[in-house]
Design a protein around this ligand. Sequence first.
Ligand code: ARG
Ligand code: ZN
Length: 474
Amino acid sequence: TVRTAAALVAAASLVAVAGPASAAPGAPGTPRYTDGSTSGGDPYFPAAGNGGYDVQHYDLGLSWYADGRLDGTAVVSLRATQDLASFSLDLRGLTASSVLVDGKPARFTQLPPGPDGRGGELVVTVAPKLKAGTDHRVTVVYSGYPGQPLDNTGAQYGWVTFADGVLVANEAEGAPTWFPVNDVPTDKATYDFRITVPEGKTAIANGEPVGAPVTSGGRTTWTWSADDPMASYLATASIGDYAATTQTGPDGLPILNYVETGLSPSRAATTAASLALQPQMIAFFEGLLGEYPFSSFGAIVDEDSVGYALETQTRPVYSGVAGQTTVAHELAHQWVGNSVSPTTWADIWLNEGFATYLQWRWSESRRAGYLAQQYARVAAIPAGDEFWTVSLTDPGAENLFAEAVYDRGAAFLVALQRTIGDAAFGELLRTWVRDNANGNVTTADLLALAEEVSRQQLDDLFRDWLTEADKPAV
Ligand code: ARG
Ligand code: ZN
């Protein structure tokens, strides 16, 4: 669409009059059909996510060109959770050219990101309106040049374009840089990907490949299906020059690895040694946490770097090299983070503290004394250090990946284990993962479960370690 000032003003007023998602249909003076909120309600990223519907499935047809262009056709299958006159999807830096609702053209407008660079909405007006509880298919055709999007801290994230391909790492709210999405961790969905790239390039996504790649007219289409529920920050569709290897995990679990062919010999050797341990690592974590939660695992090791690795579901992505502790960390996230996900981004320590603790346990299994050493290292950080100023129950959006979120969180779990004993702590880990599989959790949920399994009052310990922004009694 042509984005005229008038269209933007009209769209902004549409949003401004949007009623709360809770407006009681049929209440006197309340229109039955209201506009879905443009916010998913996250305290740190209010522009992320949307209200009034729940996505079941994303079918993403993506076509990537060597000059960085991305053409997409997304079919979003959703269920209305209120009577809707309009609704929005998160989409940033890409231009929609058509929107169909149940196959019929719909009116739409795009709202640009805010001054902070967050946000970006595709607002769709529906006629006929959508009734609460009904299922719909929303088809969005879009295109653009994602380039190298930056998160709120200035790190590259989302659909990151390099000279030789693309690395995709959405955490926290970078998914709208490549597809229209309800970008909150609570709206999990299944995904299909059809990714068309210049012949010779490989495209890797979550889940498993469907059939062999198909080449025609110098372009190759790679098809992937991810049938386990997945939060949008965990979706990936990385493109590059990958060599594929396979392994078999416990109970025949397929492990599919993709390592870029241009890694230096030393990085290639480090990566190969780490990936070789994956079947053993899965067996180790299954012993602590119960069965691996998804239908496959593996790695994407990109020659290019965004400076970090990400636990993209079933297939973590690594920047330049995959070290052993990083592989253990991203694997642990499949249980804690991916299957059991935070409810809001303020709960990030539930991902990073647990994955770091579990990574320490893996290292402990290779070298006795490691866990106690790590705890002692954190406990030795002086009370005046900035490290202790981050509250883990409200770190702030700028501190999502602060060292304390990882190490203070992990050290807290060691302290909790010492307080309630190995048996109760082991039961806590297994129950946490089993009862919350494919769900979302809060720190309050963890406190309640920890008190239940241990029959101890633990709110002081939780407050001291997690809530207060100073050094706990170590
Ligand atoms: N969740 C990732 C991990 O710990 C880290 C993501 C860091 N993201 C960032 N923008 N710095 O495995
Ligand atoms: Zn992590």
